[in-house]
Design a protein around this ligand. Structure first.
Ligand code: CS2
Length: 468
């Protein structure tokens, strides 16, 4: 039997569930990119807010790339379960905040209608780093943006709202970019200036793009997870998500037309997100990417294995506690050393089975805000960053692409750079002045010497494993 409003009474009683009347609520949020992360994070907070008494903030999810999510959620009337896992066991909750999913396809008209509905007040995004269609210098890449991006859909919907005399929307980015709200605002502005310049003043005056820091580790759900969950809770949930007990959401207080009382259910609404966001990107995500490339190199599959490796752990500690932490101006009450310790504990969660290969994807889009910003700040202060540079070598080796498939929008270009420039020239081909991956860091002579020394060591494990 499959999860749905009609089958809720077949669940074992230990499973927590929403207690509000979903049928009496309207949709207030249109969310782009309704993957596992959104379901375990923003939709989970929204469910808690609805449960605490908020009304009319149901979510319609737009799945941009795959039809699978619609097939998982729509037959379940949008219901799904969130299971928190740790060494102390697990607990499951049924979330009711998602009304439905509109599948990928030709969606300009229905999405615009949804964005222009009177009840819609927020459009939010977990479309991953590459979904923002940025070129290496951070500006909008129109070739990408014009071929089926969020910008086209948003421009159409915002135009209809404006013509109908409705107020603006909050565009809430929930992706791991630095100053994600500012970036979205600028990129959307660039798109409108080319395609609908008359709408620009309305967009600037009526809409708001708050910056937000989102945090929860959400491994991709496996078939085995679903089978195990079914035998525990009593019914099948095709849209189940697995996550850790921890979650954090820090949002800039800048909304165009109200918001759920997320702050009553654990989110922090603040004037300045920067210290939280910078710490999260450079420490958590920076360490994650280092664990991914170094861990794969050492033959590991999961984050908890890599962080337990005696050769990798000291590097990751140094990356967080010395290199990244030294570049962050902490907010009052924010202790970066305690933060690093709590991150190491979360990474060591033995029940999560978070795959390194999941984190390794799209490195070209992630590295600038995770590593290069730290390298740039430290370089300007004359400090070296051997841990990040070592991780960078592991990434360079990974994207050579001769050991496992590289999942990255620049995979072809990176493999091409390797075959043209080899070990000697790869660092400049990727990170030099007009390299494939944009600033803010450019290798110095010292960095080049370091990389030339360390890079040849990477690949040895894999080279030995490869047939001659
Ligand atoms: C990870 C993130 O896949 C990745 O790149 O570093 O998804 C990470 O798990 C989240 O940002 C944690 O909040």
């Amino acid at each position: 039997m499959r999860l749905s409003p009609a089958s809720l009474d077949k669940l074992i009683p230990e499973v927590a569930r929403y207690a509000y009347d979903r049928d009496a609520q309207s949709v207030g949020i249109v969310h782009f990119g309704i993957g596992a992360f959104h379901r375990a994070h923003q939709a989970w907070y929204t469910d808690a807010a609805l449960n605490a008494g908020d009304r009319n903030w149901l979510i319609t999810g737009i799945s941009l790339r795959s039809r699978a999510v619609a097939c998982q959620l729509n037959p379940q009337s949008g219901l799904y379960s969130v299971t928190e896992r740790s060494g102390n066991g697990e607990r499951t909750r049924i979330v009711g905040s998602v009304r439905n999913v509109m599948p990928a396809g030709s969606m300009k008209v229905p999405v615009a209608r949804l964005l222009a509905a009177d009840s819609t007040r927020i459009a939010s995004f977990t479309i991953t780093e590459k979904g923002y269609c940025r070129s290496a210098d951070g500006s909008l890449d129109f070739a990408l943006a014009d071929s089926g991006s969020i910008y086209r859909l948003l421009a159409h919907g915002l135009r209809q709202r404006c013509d109908a005399g409705l107020g603006g929307l909050t565009l809430l980015s929930c992706d791991n970019l630095s100053e994600n709200g500012r970036q979205l605002e600028q990129l959307m502005g660039q798109y409108l200036r080319r395609h609908d310049p008359d709408l620009v003043p309305w967009f600037e005056n009526e809409c708001a793009c708050p910056t937000s820091m989102v945090d929860r580790i959400v491994p991709a759900t496996t078939n085995q997870d679903r089978i195990r969950l079914t035998s525990t809770i009593g019914i099948l949930d095709e849209a189940a998500v697995m996550t850790e007990p921890f979650s954090q959401w820090v949002i800039e207080d800048r909304f165009a037309a109200g918001r759920p009382t997320w702050d009553a259910v654990g989110a922090q609404i603040v004037a300045d997100v920067a210290p939280y966001e910078t710490a999260k990107l450079r420490m958590l995500n920076g360490a994650h990417s280092a664990l991914a490339y170094l861990g794969l190199e050492h033959g590991h599959d999961y984050v908890h294995q890599a962080v337990g490796d005696r050769e990798i752990r000291p590097l990751v500690e140094r990356l967080m506690r010395e290199e990244a932490a030294s570049t962050i101006s902490a907010a009052p009450g924010q202790d970066l050393d305690t933060y690093a310790s709590s991150l190491l504990e979360r990474f060591a969660n033995p029940a999560l089975n978070h795959r390194l290969i999941q984190i390794a994807m799209d490195g070209s889009q992630k590295i600038p805000q995770r590593w290069l910003e730290t390298l740039a700040v430290r370089g300007a202060a004359g400090a070296d960053s051997p841990a990040i540079l070592t991780a960078l070598c592991a990434w360079l080796r990974h994207v050579r692409g001769d050991v496992r498939k590289v999942d990255d929008p620049l995979a072809g270009e990176l493999a091409g750079a390797w075959s043209t420039h080899g070990e000697v020239g790869i660092i400049d081909a990727v990170f030099g002045e007009s390299g494939l991956v944009g600033g803010p860091w450019w290798p110095t002579q010292d960095d080049r010497v370091f990389v030339a020394k360390v890079l040849p060591a990477f690949g040895q494990v894999q080279d030995q494993l490869r047939p001659a």
